[in-house]
Design a protein around this ligand. Structure first.
Ligand code: HPA
Length: 277
């Protein structure tokens, strides 16, 4: 086992022991599902389920639409560890809040993660219900999940944070399934308040295509644990100031399912392909 796998196992400790009591399997991919995206979890077969509340060191997720459940099993034939629900920086003022769950994925054998989120679009043509493949990110939170990490591993390179070959796979599957898959830069705002129209103007100027409150710290942590990362946004709304209407979490939850169908099909297609190779 590699040094980084050993580190992940050491960090996952009791949570790893608990999962091992239920299954001796190794897993290939980790998935983290955002608001309203829990539906993907229904596709997992041969599953074991453990609530976050029973996994030592796991965060208690308190956002409605986020169930906080670990599900391990087969998705499209590939052994996966899936988190239905996540904790956010804004819940605990800790960008490393998902470090233990991500360490557990690595400790269970996952060498890649698929991150999903709900996001606001900066482009009228990338309307609610659209799917976006994240090509790069902008960290506008002022925080980093590797604050206080003391090893030199903290200097994680992010030149290609989102794995090009996995992105290409998603593009191929999207084309094959005739699903429009937008590409874009995701800008991480701390939340939990939504952005102001002025912040959205700034985001546009600095090169963002979508905004959200998650994913970036998880991508950084997954790169820290030497896992390949791919990330997808379910567009639930046009960003602040673009429609004349106020944003709400209810709108996020209401619109997520439209894009979820696309993400489900794309993720299912890619995992199925990976299971065969
Ligand atoms: N801003 C931030 N996070 C979000 C949004 C948004 O407009 N929509 C869904 N999550």
């Amino acid at each position: 086992m590699s040094e980084i796998s050993d580190l992940a196992s050491a960090e996952a400790t009791d949570a790893l022991r608990l999962v091992r009591q239920s299954t001796g399997r190794r897993f290939s991919a980790g998935l983290i599902l955002g608001s309203g995206l829990g539906g993907l979890a229904d596709m997992v077969e041969n599953r074991i389920e453990i609530p976050f509340t029973e996994l030592p060191g796991f965060p208690a997720s308190g956002v409605s639409g986020h169930a906080g459940m670990m599900i391990a099993g087969d998705l499209a034939g590939l052994p996966v560890v899936l988190y239905s629900g996540r904790s956010h920086f804004y819940e605990q003022e800790d960008a490393a809040v998902m470090r233990r769950p991500i360490a557990l994925m690595k400790a269970l054998g996952c060498d890649m993660v698929v991150l999903t989120n709900s996001a606001g679009s900066l482009h009228p043509k990338m309307a609610p219900g659209s799917a976006m493949l994240i090509t790069d990110h902008i960290n506008f939170s002022g925080s980093n999940p590797l604050f206080r990490e003391s090893s030199d591993r903290r200097f994680v390179g992010l030149t290609e944070a989102y794995d090009k070959s996995l992105r290409d796979r998603f593009d191929r599957i999207a084309e094959r399934q005739s699903i429009t898959l937008h590409h874009g830069v995701y800008m991480w705002f701390s939340g939990p308040s939504f952005e102001t129209p002025a912040e959205i103007n700034m985001a546009r100027i600095v090169g963002a295509d979508a905004v959200g409150m998650s994913t970036v710290p998880e991508a950084i942590l997954a790169r820290f644990f030497d896992m390949r990362v791919v990330a997808l946004s379910a567009i639930t709304n046009l960003a602040a100031g673009m429609t004349g209407q106020e944003l709400s979490h209810d709108e996020t939850k209401e619109n997520a399912p439209k894009a979820t169908e696309k993400l489900k099909a794309l993720i299912g297609g890619v995992l199925e392909e990976l299971a065969r190779t």
